[in-house]
Design a protein around this ligand. Structure first.
Ligand code: AMP
Ligand code: MG
Length: 463
């Protein structure tokens, strides 16, 4: 943090007294957060672990794909010139000199008047230049009758002649060598996000590992005396820790590796110990709770003592208080810290808006597209009123749907309190009610962020 005003330190004064009212927009908060992160180093990564990562080097093919000209159909490889004039009414016959499955190579020259029975993907036998598919021959009449064929004896042609019913042109049903990729060609450029198709291309050129920017390790720490872990018996006054699990799942969904730390009780010692644990190799520490004004000062005290931290009031709802700073890790590193509000929806929403961008930056996804963290946005007609109660930008949990004409509509998924996590679980989109607007009335159009391409299942009875 460069701006003194936004830096909080517990060294000289009491804790709450110097907290400034740092009201900032979502955009400003994101920009300040992103400044602190950089792209993580490239490491050798197995193809199976590369999904969602960014390639750090160009990848070229060392050979043609396909390596050899091969047949795109099951049929008969032949000399196209042998088929001149062939029709169903006046077919011609060629001498079958062998069978060739995919995976084998035919080692003899095929002379004019000869043909080789060939399976999809098998390399073209020397001398042949076209394939006539089975459908244009007497293959099916013949296979029904032939016992050897049914036993799969392809080595020794069990018959001498095949009837060809059509004229073939040179290259018919032949896939040329190098048709997909030419030897030496760059198939994927540095900066490419590795998705399923890119993984397929890499595998097709025989690559089993790539240089890619490594995934950020994100330590996730829940704070609060009231927290129990799921699986522990519920006792009066306590609640289950939802945030560690929802945040870890978001980390994973955005491409990071989450590390859930043990819950920190609201004491300086407990929190300090947990934070040190989290700093060992984390690229980002995410904490939830303890950053709002009414809180005990433990979290703030520890944050200030362990590094530098700013407390912001972000003009958004849910999620307003946000701490952001850097911790001094024992190994001399400075680990960015994102201190999220404790309310489960606020924690998720702020991590959606800020954590996602930070992870994308570390992954290298912002190198070629600085706004790649953006969700797809659509204009949608509100079916429910979306109310903005206090002049902060409101992100309403809703279900967005598109009708047959392509028109989007949104409906709220339930109560919008920042502790109501179920309405989050039904949402596939967030409708935005701007800072300066009191309400989006039914029938009015609003901006909507689509967060999940797959709509969550509808609850029974939900309209
Ligand atoms: P705080 O930010 O500490 O004021 O917490 C705000 C609200 O969020 C309180 O009702 C907390 O009990 C709740 N809360 C804090 N941490 C968690 C958590 N990990 N899981 C679920 N609720 C939480
Ligand atoms: Mg608390």
């Amino acid at each position: 943090m460069t701006n003194e005003e936004h830096t909080y330190s517990a060294t000289k004064t009491g804790t709450r007294s110097i907290l400034p009212d740092n009201m900032i927009s979502v955009e400003e908060a994101r920009a300040r957060i992103l400044e602190v992160f950089s792209v993580l180093p490239a490491v050798e990564t197995l193809l199976g672990d590369a999904q969602g990562l960014v390639l750090a080097q160009d990848v070229s093919a060392t050979f043609n794909i396909p390596p050899l000209a091969n047949t795109g159909m099951d049929g008969y490889a032949l000399h196209a010139s042998d088929t001149t004039g062939a029709t169903y009414d006046s077919p011609l016959e060629l001498k079958v000199i062998g069978y060739l499955p995919a995976g084998a190579v035919f080692d003899r020259e095929v002379a004019p008047g000869e043909t080789v029975r060939i399976m999809t993907g098998a390399p073209m036998p020397p001398g042949t230049d076209a394939v006539v598919p089975f459908e244009e021959t007497d293959e099916y009449d013949w296979t029904k009758a032939d016992a050897k064929y049914q036993q799969g004896d392809w080595q020794n042609a069990p018959r001498d002649l095949v009837r060809i019913d059509v004229q073939a042109s040179v290259g018919a049903n032949v896939r040329a060598a190098g048709e997909d990729v030419r030897a030496g060609e760059v198939v994927l450029r540095a900066g490419t996000v590795i998705g399923p198709a890119q993984i397929g291309v890499l595998a097709s050129i025989g690559v089993d590992r790539v240089m890619a920017h490594r995934r950020p390790i994100v330590a996730v720490l829940s704070t609060g005396d009231e927290l129990l872990r799921p699986g522990q018996p519920l006792v009066p006054g306590k609640i289950y820790d939802a945030n560690a699990f929802s945040l870890a799942a978001q980390v994973r969904a955005f491409g990071g590796v989450p590390r859930i730390l043990d819950v920190a009780l609201d004491t300086v010692e407990a929190l300090t110990a947990r934070i040190h644990e989290g700093l060992a190799d984390a690229d980002l520490l995410v904490t939830s709770a303890g950053v709002s004004r009414g809180d005990f000062d433990v979290v703030k005290t520890v944050l200030a003592a362990e590094g530098e931290v700013g407390f912001w009031t972000v003009l958004m709802k849910p999620g307003k208080p946000l701490a952001f700073g850097r911790f001094n890790a024992p190994n001399g590193r400075r680990v960015p810290h994102l201190g999220l509000p404790g309310n489960p929806v606020s924690a998720m929403m702020t991590f959606e808006l800020f954590g996602r961008a930070a992870i994308y930056k570390m992954l290298g996804r912002l190198e070629h597209d600085a706004e790649a963290w953006r969700r797809p946005t659509v204009q949608a007609v509100a079916l429910d009123p979306i109310r903005n109660t206090d002049g902060r930008r409101f992100y309403a949990r809703c279900h967005a749907a598109q009708d047959a004409e392509g028109r989007w509509t949104v409906r709220l998924t339930g109560p919008q309190g920042s502790g109501v996590l179920t309405s989050m679980s039904l949402a596939n989109a967030y409708a935005i009610c701007p800072e300066d607007q009191d309400v989006i009335a039914p029938g009015e159009t609003c901006e909507v962020l689509l967060v999940d391409r797959e709509s969550p299942p509808r609850q029974p009875g939900q309209s």
